[in-house]
Design a protein. Sequence first.
Length: 89
Amino acid sequence: MVIELHPDLVILDLNMPKMGGLSVVNELHRRQLSSKVLVYTNHYFAAMERRVRSSGCDGLVLKSNASDHLIRAARAILHGSPFYSSEVA
């Protein structure tokens, strides 16, 4: 759908049924699509955050912090700033 719709922001879970979130990110980069990427997940550990950052994602929000961080993250990313829940916590 990203290829068809060209959204400004894609919000991905890491655990998706057909293709994992980071696989989707790799595919977006391979196709040189300009959509920003926010990972939205239940899972947090430092190595996972490093992997999300190194894959070129623009941010990460934990579902447990969604009410405080999801809208803030989307706005920050769309204005060119990365957003990681762990930095805010």
